[in-house]
Write a protein that binds this ligand. Structure first.
Ligand SMILES: [Zn+2]
Length: 279
C-alpha cells in the first residue's frame, strides 16, 4: 500500500484490484501502434486497469475518495470485468475498519467508482458499507444517473447511491465545495458532464484525485482520451485547465485506473508532450 505525507495529511492508496479493459476503448482514437508501447495488451486486446482509492488521514478525519467496483455486479458485468472486490480486505490489512471512515467522496457515479458505497446485508438489503460515513457525490451526476443515455446506462447501478441519497447519508455537491478543511471538489467536465476532482491541500502542498479525466499515466497527453468520455473535446479543455495549475504548482496527481503507478507529478516535456515523474 503506497503512502506518503502531504503537509499535515497522510495519503495512502488502497486498491479494489485490477480488471481487464478493452485497449481500444481505453485509448479512444489513439492507434494501437502508439498506445501499446505504454500499455501491454493480451491476445483479446485487453489491458489491465487498476481501481485506486485514495485514503486521506487529516489528523481529524479519515476520508476515502472513491470506492472501486464493489461486489454487487450482475453476472453479465462480471463476464466483462471480473469482480476483484479487494478494497475492504486491503483496508483491513492496512488497519482500517469500515467504521473508521468518516467521509466518502465519489468523483462520479460510474459503477467502478462507487461500487463499495453499499453492500447487501445477510437479508439482501442494501446498506452502507461505511456505516458512520457522510457520503458526497456530484448533484448533476446523480441527476444524470437517473436518466442516463442509452450509451452509458450500463455504467450506473442505482444501489450504489440511491439508498444513500434517500436516507440522507449522501450529500450532493455543486462543485467548488470544501468538504473538510483542505479537501475540496472541482468540476472537470469531459468524461461526464459533472465529474468532480478531489483537491487535497495541506501546508502549501497539493494533491489531486483527477479521476477519469486522466485515468492513467498513459493518458497524460492532451489528446489521449478514453472512448468512454461523453464529451471528448471538453476532456481536452479540462486537461489544459488542470495542467495550467497542476504543472507549475507541482501537484501530486492520483490516477484512478493506473495498475502500476497510482500517483506521480505530471511535467511538461516540450510544447505538446507530458511526462509523469515518479514520487
Ligand atoms: Zn467513469
Amino acid at each position: 500500500m503506497p503512502s506518503l505525507t502531504l503537509g499535515d495529511f497522510e495519503l495512502s492508496i488502497f486498491s479494489d484490484g485490477t480488471y481487464p479493459l478493452d485497449g481500444g476503448a481505453f485509448f479512444g482514437v489513439v492507434p494501437k501502434i502508439m498506445w501499446s508501447r505504454k500499455a501491454a495488451a493480451d491476445e483479446k486486446n485487453y489491458v489491465t486497469a487498476g481501481l485506486n482509492s485514495l485514503l486521506i488521514r487529516t489528523g481529524k478525519q479519515t476520508v476515502l475518495v472513491e470506492t472501486g467496483m464493489g461486489n454487487k455486479l450482475s453476472e453479465r458485468m462480471v463476464k466483462f470485468y471480473g469482480q476483484p472486490a479487494q478494497l475492504l480486505s486491503n483496508l483491513t490489512a492496512g488497519g482500517i475498519a469500515p467504521e473508521d471512515i468518516d467521509i466518502v467522496i465519489n468523483t462520479h457515479l460510474h459503477f467502478d467508482h462507487c461500487g463499495w458505497n453499499t453492500i447487501r446485508d445477510k437479508d439482501g438489503k442494501i446498506v452502507p458499507t461505511f456505516p458512520r460515513a457522510k457520503y458526497y457525490a456530484p448533484e448533476g451526476e446523480w441527476q444524470y444517473a437517473r436518466h442516463p443515455s442509452e450509451r452509458d446506462a450500463i455504467s450506473y447501478i442505482s444501489d450504489n447511491y440511491d439508498p444513500l441519497v434517500q436516507s440522507g447519508q449522501m450529500t450532493l455537491l455543486n462543485g467548488g465545495e470544501e468538504i473538510v478543511p483542505g479537501i475540496s471538489v472541482k468540476t472537470f467536465p469531459g468524461h461526464t458532464a459533472h465529474m468532480q476532482a478531489v483537491i487535497v491541500e495541506s501546508a502549501s502542498r497539493t494533491a489531486c484525485y483527477i479521476s477519469d479525466l486522466i485515468p492513467t499515466t498513459a493518458h497524460i497527453d492532451l489528446t489521449w482520451g478514453m472512448s468512454f468520455d461523453l464529451f471528448p473535446l471538453q476532456t481536452i479543455e479540462s486537461k489544459k485547465l488542470y495542467y495550467a495549475k497542476a504543472v507549475p504548482e507541482q501537484w501530486l496527481t492520483v490516477f484512478t485506473h493506473d495498475a502500476n503507478l497510482p500517483w506521480a507529478y505530471v511535467e511538461k516535456d516540450g510544447p505538446h508532450k507530458m511526462v509523469a515523474r515518479k514520487v
